[in-house]
Ligand binder design. Structure first.
Ligand SMILES: Nc1ncnc2c1ncn2[C@@H]1O[C@H](COP(=O)(O)OP(=O)(O)OP(=O)(O)O)[C@@H](O)[C@H]1O
Length: 231
């Protein structure tokens, strides 16, 4: 088996993902080799259906790879079952999605604190409070998602992702549901939070302007890496 890079934040070798049914398999990832070093800011570009979300699902442990080897923040994801991946994800990976995915019955502070409470962090509430201050929502902590604008909801989602101080943050089209001005502010915040916490940031985007702000741009096409450019 090929040897991965132990010092990398993400190290993948010949990663494959095949879904569908045994009689009609669909090859989605066709052999991804990738090393991302700690602190890198990476944009993942590619046409619709090229496999961006699938690659993120595998790199975050939400989906098991069909083949190949994968190490993420020092954990070997290759041979883990779903429970193992869920455990490994906790504390290692923060995720920000296009549709925010906040729990509607919880206030902003509860949305940020609850995952940390479930992970057994004693100071979850204090951390959540400080993180909401850091994203400029100190005055909206007790508000429910429906009482917040889209940009404010995405700030809560960013606070939720970064509060446990994961070494890796993944964002899938984080500005896709926001107007241009709000989207710019959200990207500034995401970059600042990643920089301030020392996290590696991996952003899926269709936005070329956003990609240009990233130190490295990886383009995926038909389940393979088509180009990989570091500035
Ligand atoms: N469960 C599944 N079974 C079969 N095919 C799937 C499954 N999930 C995704 N696919 C296919 O895998 C391919 C890659 O999908 P993916 O969502 O990763 O692409 P993407 O690059 O993120 O696209 P977009 O930019 O539109 O979100 C698509 O052709 C999709 O139809």
């Amino acid at each position: 088996m090929p040897v991965t890079s132990p010092e990398a934040a993400i190290s993948a070798r010949n990663l494959t993902l095949t879904l569908g049914t045994p009689s009609a398999p669909v090859e989605i990832l066709k052999g991804i080799d990738l090393d991302v070093m700690p602190g890198e800011v990476v944009a993942l570009l590619g046409p619709s259906g090229s496999g961006k979300s699938s690659l993120m699902a595998v790199l975050t442990g939400l989906e098991r790879a069909s083949g190949g080897s994968l190490e993420v923040a020092g954990a070997d994801f290759s041979d883990m079952d779903e429970d193992g991946l869920a455990m490994a994800r906790r504390g290692r990976i923060g995720i920000v999605l296009q549709a925010f995915h906040l729990l509607p019955t919880m206030t902003a502070i509860e949305n940020v604190a609850t995952p940390m409470e479930l992970a057994g962090m004693a100071d979850a509430r204090e951390r959540a409070s400080a993180e909401l201050d850091a994203v400029g929502l100190g005055h909206r902590k007790d508000h429910y998602p429906a009482q917040l604008s889209g940009g404010e909801q995405q700030r809560v989602a960013i606070a939720r992702a970064t509060a446990p101080r994961p070494p890796l943050i993944f964002a899938d089209e984080p500005t896709g549901n926001l107007d241009a001005a709000t989207g710019h502010a959200i990207i500034d915040l995401l970059f600042a939070q990643a920089r301030d916490t020392g996290a590696t940031l991996f952003v899926i985007t269709h936005d070329v302007e956003l990609a240009e702000r990233c130190g490295r741009v990886i383009t995926i096409g038909d389940g393979r890496i088509a180009s990989d450019v570091t500035k």
